[in-house]
Design a protein. Sequence first.
Length: 297
Amino acid sequence: MSDYPYADPIVDLSDVQELDRDLVVIPNRNVDLVPNIGLIGGTHSVLVVDTGLGPRNAEQVLRFATSYANGRRLYLTTTHFHPEHAFGAQVFADEATYLLNTAQADDLTTKGEGYLGMFRQLGEPVARELEGAGIPVPDETYDGTYELDLGGRSVQLRPTGRAHSKGDQVIAVPDAGVLFTGDLAEADQFAIFPWFPPYDVDVSGVRWIEVMDRLAAERHRIVVPGHGEVGDAQLLTQVRDYLTELRDETWRRRDSGMSEETTAAEIRALMIERHPDWRLPEWIDRGVGCLCAEHRH
């Protein structure tokens, strides 16, 4: 097992941020493998968005959510199937109704075990948090937008189609102008491309750009990314522009006959130069690999 060079992936409840009336986020504090986690309340119910990595993190989130709900019914959803977002859902089994889009449920069934094994190899702190983790099973699945009535507030659970993963969905709170994106958007870091051929090639840079175009046009007031600081609609535009830039630079080199290896090396240097303050440049090469595969010959 490799050494884990980052802070332990622990959800920290010390700085919960209120974004709107009865709507809070547990920020990830820029800790790797910790997502931004949301709680959205109405008069009779509260929706939790994402669980954190593994049962122990999810137990913390559930305790906080139970206190926050103060007797209201609990629902849970996850933005996509990756372990730091969804692999604590089993903890909520007797306490909340787990709602999930069909494509994400399929991802959990077909790729959950593989990702669980892969993440356990990332390092001892990650493996420790995944002790006892199982593949989440939703209580209810849906295709298309799911309108969830929380009491005086309607929340939209909206599958986007294939982009960062096959089963991505966003969670919109129209009355507050808030959007939870999962890993479709990150703040101040290079986009995460889970491009792991031949095991997982569902990420699509081309489709991801199309999704971000649509989301950016909606002009949300507050955007909660999968990781990083909460922002506004400009964050969606920033991600869209980066993905477009990555595509264009990749395809221009491939059009000229440049090898994928040289293309990746050139673009990595270029993107780090253009975005010197962004984190996790190791994802640039995987993005190039994905876009090379999508290159129109």
